[in-house]
Write a protein that binds this ligand. Structure first.
Ligand code: UDP
Length: 324
């Protein structure tokens, strides 16, 4: 049974990934500071260490004692707009604190480091679908801090021999039976649409219908969190260090997501066209051939409706999100 340290296991993707690993029989320890995560999102089967990665002594001692086979690092901030207002917050946590973790992992003899990276490392893509080796020119500190840490891991793998796998998520979406999206405030499209349908919110502000896309709204590649979790587990046996883009390869516009949500819920989505959101590229679509070939990754949620349906079930089950 492999022992895995999951940082950010109280967050949206970290909690779903913990659930997935525990279902497969892994021994999971969650490390989380509960800044954006929720206590009730920590899988009850996991061990829990409450701590911040800024606390180098704590994370080092956890890694020294834990005998972990792998670290999965989800703990990070991820809001583009916030990163443009407060870059230090992003470089501190997503880079400096992550280096504390990487050092602790090396000290603890961890063999494999799986890192939650992001499509935001590519900035405005030169083409879609985006391949792993396309140019990475981030356009905000969120993407830049993640790219910097990818590079740190590359050097650590060369110098210390710790294998790393950087997984660049496109638009994480959907829910498991127990774990779903509960950001406060919520800023992501699908939960906002579903909150609008439930009457928790008056309307969706649709950020821009004048992009150079067929219907004028932005196109994204929505990928279910359990498919991301599957990729993390497969990454544990990746043959060598590397980077993988994770998306379905299907680009969907905001209008298409609205229509799919209307089909799933049987209700109309009230929306209003609003100005573009700064920093939003028109199209982000992943080419995930490498993950499919090398990791043998097979995403199961290929359609928008299956992803939205899972998020809808979760919102109906947890109308106020997590209690704590
Ligand atoms: N979006 C929108 N209204 C919202 C939130 C998002 O129109 O209230 C759009 C956003 O401009 C983007 C897409 O939905 O094109 C997905 O945004 P989200 O914040 O979910 O993810 P991101 O692409 O920023 O990672």
């Amino acid at each position: 049974m492999k022992k895995i340290l999951v940082t950010g296991g109280a967050g949206y993707i970290g909690s779903a990934c913990s659930e997935y690993l525990l279902d497969l029989g892994y021994d999971v320890t969650v490390y989380d500071a509960f800044i954006t995560g929720h206590r009730d999102a920590v899988d009850p089967r996991a061990k829990l260490v409450e701590g911040n990665l800024a606390d180098k002594a704590l994370i080092t001692s956890v890694c020294r004692k834990g005998e972990f086979d792998a670290v999965m690092h989800f703990a990070a901030f991820s809001l583009v707009g916030e990163s443009m207002k407060n870059p230090a917050k992003y470089f501190d946590n997503n880079l400096a604190n992550a280096i504390n973790l990487a050092d602790a992992a090396v000290e603890g003899g961890v063999k494999t480091f799986v890192f939650s990276s992001t499509a935001a490392t590519f900035g405005q893509p030169e083409k879609v679908p985006i391949s792993e080796d396309d140019r990475q020119v981030p356009i905000n500190p969120n993407g830049e801090s993640k790219l910097c840490f990818e590079k740190v891991l590359e050097w650590y793998s060369r110098i210390y021999g710790m294998k790393y796998v950087a997984l660049r998520y496109f638009n994480a979406a959907g829910a498991t039976e127990f774990h779903g999206e509960d950001h406060r405030p919520e800023s992501h499209l699908i939960p906002i649409i579903l909150e609008t349908v439930r009457g928790k919110r008056e309307k969706l502000m649709l950020f821009g219908d004048d992009y150079d896309t067929p219907d004028g709204s932005c196109i994204r590649d929505y990928i279910h969190i359990l498919d991301l979790a599957q990729a993390h587990e497969l990454a544990l046996s990746a043959p060598e260090s590397g980077h993988y883009n994770l998306g379905t390869g299907n680009g969907l516009s905001v209008f298409e997501i609205i229509r799919a949500a209307e089909e799933v819920t049987g209700k109309k989505v009230n929306f209003e066209i609003a100005p573009r959101r700064p920093g939003d590229p028109a199209r982000l679509i992943a080419c995930s051939d490498r993950a499919r070939k090398v990791l043998n990754w097979k995403p199961k949620y290929e359609s928008a409706s299956s992803i939205i349906e899972s998020a809808w079930k979760w919102q109906l089950k947890f109308p106020e999100g997590y209690a704590r």
